[in-house]
Ligand binder design. Structure first.
Ligand SMILES: CC(C)(COP(=O)(O)OP(=O)(O)OC[C@H]1O[C@@H](n2cnc3c(N)ncnc32)[C@H](O)[C@@H]1OP(=O)(O)O)[C@@H](O)C(=O)NCCC(=O)NCCS
Length: 174
């Protein structure tokens, strides 16, 4: 199956992750957290469209980008939360690993593109997925995990164990 990390490598890391994630909520039987697969195109893009504009993406464009990201699987992980009974993708989030020279050739985790399907919000699923990404960043030896969000989402990220820190700046080219 074509997914964004080799299976054996991932299984080892997932085992470590589930050990460290003792705060799993009682919905763990109903949902599984896994990496994005090439076959997820329609469901994943539908989720992202609840966050921002996605645009028209052809099958060829999807395949090309998916394969490009698969080759970067030591720095780029797209995670999804799937409802087992329906196979619906109900949440997604991306973990980017930034490799640095500072702090003794350290790494920083960046969380991006966080969405829970509107029909599944308020059930603790976003928190479950973000907690998983934070655990992953720790396993991958990041010294911190950061993200940008609007002020009103600070309570959500605080519920995942994150604290407000500094401010961000941006310039948009389009
Ligand atoms: C933000 C979002 C991911 C939250 O997902 P969710 O699955 O509904 O969140 P959860 O049910 O896991 O909530 C976990 C906690 O955060 C709180 N929370 C969730 N959304 C919140 C919000 N918009 N504002 C304040 N608190 C919020 C919940 O009350 C819950 O608190 P608790 O642990 O004390 O009970 C979801 O609303 C979403 O996809 N929004 C649209 C896309 C978006 O804005 N993404 C974030 C980009 S930075």
């Amino acid at each position: 199956m074509n997914c964004l990390r080799s299976k054996s490598h991932l299984q080892k890391e997932m085992a470590q992750s589930s050990t460290s994630n003792s705060s799993d909520m009682d919905n763990s039987e109903q949902y599984q957290i896994r990496l994005l697969r090439e076959a997820d195109k329609v469901k994943y893009l539908a989720l992202l469209s609840q966050l921002t504009t996605v645009g028209e993406i052809s099958d060829d464009q999807w395949k090309e980008r998916f394969e490009e990201l698969s080759r970067m699987n030591d720095t780029y992980e797209i995670w999804v939360l799937e409802e087992k009974s329906t196979s619906n993708l109900v949440a997604c989030a991306t973990l980017l690993i930034e490799k640095k020279f500072i702090h003794g050739v350290s790494q920083v985790g960046h969380i991006e593109e966080v969405v829970t399907d509107s029909a599944y919000r308020g059930k603790g699923l976003g928190k479950k997925l973000i907690t998983h990404l934070i655990d992953r960043a720790k396993i991958l030896k990041c010294y911190k995990v950061i993200l940008d969000c609007k002020e009103d989402l600070i309570p959500f990220y605080a519920s995942c164990g994150m604290k407000q820190h500094a401010v961000s700046a941006a310039v948009y080219f389009e």
